[in-house]
Design a protein around this ligand. Structure first.
Ligand code: WTA
Length: 642
């Protein structure tokens, strides 16, 4: 025993916790206690090895995410418990038990392995919100393969970019998906993404219809669910810091970046936070409406609820299709107890008036969550009163792809603080969040500043795929020893956090993250465009929408055709959710002397705010420059709407 203790002391001395961002003894113990609640194959030798900006949690411990989501429940006698209720626009529905999900995952993992997919291989998943998508994710995890889920609303270009960046070995897709009464041909979108790609890269197709589908010999394989029901494949124990997945997200510059998440630290964090925040239990009927292609779908759509042995609800299709009552009928039908959605969806329903909820019994609801964008107090109140009958707490959760899980949110699973409509309240246990000025000093109460995190946490991303330098640059250089989130926030005199939106060039359209640079580089591909600037402006439903300012090359004219071409370019290169709302043709773009486009000025002008309010302007631009541009703003902006 004495030797054991000695060894532990020795090992923890080896672990480095250099840098400013260190973890206290109390937090270490708390995270270790939480990690111990998961089924590890081997115990870690060190809780945290932090070499800023890289945090390695539970070093040397081995775990498998599919084991933690499935095998453990089968072993605990829960095999007949419902894992998934699924439903869709056409009225189809069904249930999948934990035993069935376990079998499906094992069979699919075996099939993937027979196709050559193994430990560390990257696998792109392009699928709708159906149980097979969960199976694909968990099958990757079972093999130690790394999934790269692509939102099924993205275009072929987005799939291609992710395949190229990750050198994915395999793509899993379906022939079709169903959305708003239409049939979308997913396989053909994948085909376009793979034009010119080598045949070594396999496409595993899960067919949902009897319709014939074009197959590329040697490349495309149709998965047939085996008749044999007891296929099993031992989960591959992976070291805690082996990537569970890569998920692409937009930032200030360039193309979307591949955010890499670990296995052990990530699972520990998601497992803990979903319990603290939503109070999830195995009895919960839990519906998270986010697509699997976003971080919310990963952490709180799949891994969090399944680790707890809860029942998840999946619905394929548009929220208001076939009618506006569809979602509320789903809640009634499955007796959903925890419901988690976005302010955009709520705003859309809110404007429909009081008849919306008639005929749907929502009394099963216990907790209501919100994510992705600030929730306006008015929407918060509607959610609380109309959906929650004033009986459910509104859990506004602030977090990001990079944070892996909730960072600031009320904790319905333990002591609840009094809620304030529109505030995400306080940071999670173990999370030290602060609002600072541009020098990194804490700002006084009720003052706007930058949100930072000062201590490491197990859910934090372990890097940007293929670009370690960028990871440091984006998140860890602006403020020494702190994680820079890229959001503005305020803390009120009671210490509550109020999130105010992005402080950088990221736009949130209906909660979906899009970088202005991403849009601008696409618009620039149009032969007539000399220069352009994309901005996000407020929208009563979607929170923000994209508006583009273009400067035409000499000899080109503004007309409807040009307008349509540019709109289509963005739709086809990113996806229809990114469709710009307006395009303005201008003679010059307002810039700083150093050549930086002043997007905030454009936003101010278009939203009709007072131009004199220079606090809304680009932070890096000097005030003098800004004032000069402001004085001549009329010359710069010629409001010609195409
Ligand atoms: C924004 C989504 C206000 C924020 C989980 C953040 C929010 C970005 C909230 C991350 C919230 C997320 N209140 N803003 N409750 N939740 N955001 O990576 O700007 O898609 O930086 O992750 O969404 O978006 P992402």
């Amino acid at each position: 025993m004495k030797h054991g203790i000695f060894l532990i002391v020795l090992i923890s001395m080896i672990c480095r916790a250099d840098m400013n961002m260190s973890l206290g003894e109390q937090d270490s113990r708390m995270w270790e206690t939480q990690a111990l609640r998961l089924p590890w194959f081997t115990r870690w030798s060190c809780i945290l090895d932090m070499q800023e900006p890289y945090a390695h949690w539970f070093v040397g411990g081995h775990i498998n995410a599919s084991y933690a989501c499935l095998d453990i429940h089968i072993k605990n006698g829960k095999k007949n418990k419902t894992a998934i209720y699924w439903t869709n626009e056409q009225g189809g529905s069904g249930t999948v038990t934990y035993q069935e999900l376990y079998q499906d995952v094992n069979s699919f993992a075996k099939y993937m392995r027979s196709c050559g997919v193994g430990f560390g291989d990257k696998v792109v998943i392009y699928m709708p919100m159906i149980p097979e998508a969960v199976v694909a994710m968990l099958a990757c995890a079972r093999l130690g393969a790394i999934h790269v889920v692509v939102f099924s609303g993205f275009s072929s270009q987005a799939i291609k970019d992710r395949i190229v960046d990750t050198q994915a070995k395999c793509i899993i897709t379906c022939d079709v998906s169903y959305y708003r009464g239409k049939i979308l041909n997913l396989k053909s979108i994948v085909d376009q993404a793979l034009v010119d790609s080598d045949l070594e890269r396999k496409v595993i197709l899960i067919k949902r219809t009897q319709e014939p589908v074009g197959l590329v010999p040697e490349r495309d394989l149709i998965y047939a669910k085996p008749e044999v029901k007891n296929l099993s494949l031992d989960p591959v124990p992976v070291e805690s810091n082996h990537p569970l997945f890569i998920l692409y997200t937009s930032g200030t510059t360039g193309k979307p970046k591949g955010i890499v998440h670990s296995t052990g630290g990530y699972l520990t964090y998601v497992f803990s936070t979903i319990e603290w925040v939503f109070g999830i239990t195995p009895e919960s009927i839990y519906w998270c409406t986010a697509d699997f292609g976003w971080i919310t779908g990963h952490s709180y759509g799949v891994y969090g609820p399944l680790m707890h042995g809860a029942t998840i609800v999946l619905r394929e299709g548009a929220p208001d299709w076939p009618d506006e009552k569809s979602w509320w009928k789903v809640i009634d039908q499955y007796k959903v107890s925890i419901f988690y959605t976005s302010p955009t969806a709520l705003r859309m329903f809110m404007r429909l008036g009081p008849d919306l909820l008639q005929g749907a019994d929502l009394s099963s609801l216990r907790v209501l969550g919100s994510v992705g964008e600030p929730i306006n107090p008015e929407v918060w109140r509607w959610y609380h009163e109309q959906i929650g009958r004033k009986a459910c707490p509104i859990i506004d959760t602030w977090w990001q792809t990079e944070t892996g899980g909730f960072m600031i949110a009320p904790t319905a699973g333990s002591t609840m603080v009094p809620l304030k409509p529109g505030s995400a309240t306080f940071a999670m246990p173990g999370i030290e969040a602060s609002v600072v000025d541009s020098y990194g000093n804490p700002v006084p109460a009720d003052t706007k500043g930058f949100l930072v995190i000062k201590k490491p946490w197990p859910g934090m991303a372990i890097g940007i795929y293929n670009n370690p330098a960028l990871f440091k640059d984006i998140y860890w250089t602006r403020f020494s020893g702190m994680y820079y989130a890229g959001d503005y926030a305020v803390r009120d005199t009671d210490g509550y956090f109020w999130l105010l939106g992005r402080a950088d060039e990221v736009i949130k359209v209906a909660g979906h993250r899009i970088g202005t640079a991403e849009v601008e580089s696409i618009v620039l591909e149009h032969q007539s465009v000399a220069e352009n600037a994309a901005i996000g402006i407020s929208d009563p439903i979607k929170g923000e929408v994209i508006v583009i300012f273009i400067v035409l090359k000499h000899g080109y004219q503004v007309n409807q055709e040009l307008h349509d071409q540019i709109i289509n370019l963005v739709r086809t290169k990113i996806g229809s959710f990114a469709t710009p709302k307006e395009i303005y043709c201008v003679e010059k773009l307002p810039k700083t002397r150093s050549g930086k486009i002043m997007r905030r000025l454009l936003k101010t002008l278009i939203e009709g705010c007072l131009i004199g309010d220079i606090s809304t302007l680009e932070d890096d631009a000097s005030v003098e420059e800004i004032q000069q541009v402001l004085q001549s703003a009329d010359l710069y902006i010629k409001r010609v709407r195409i």
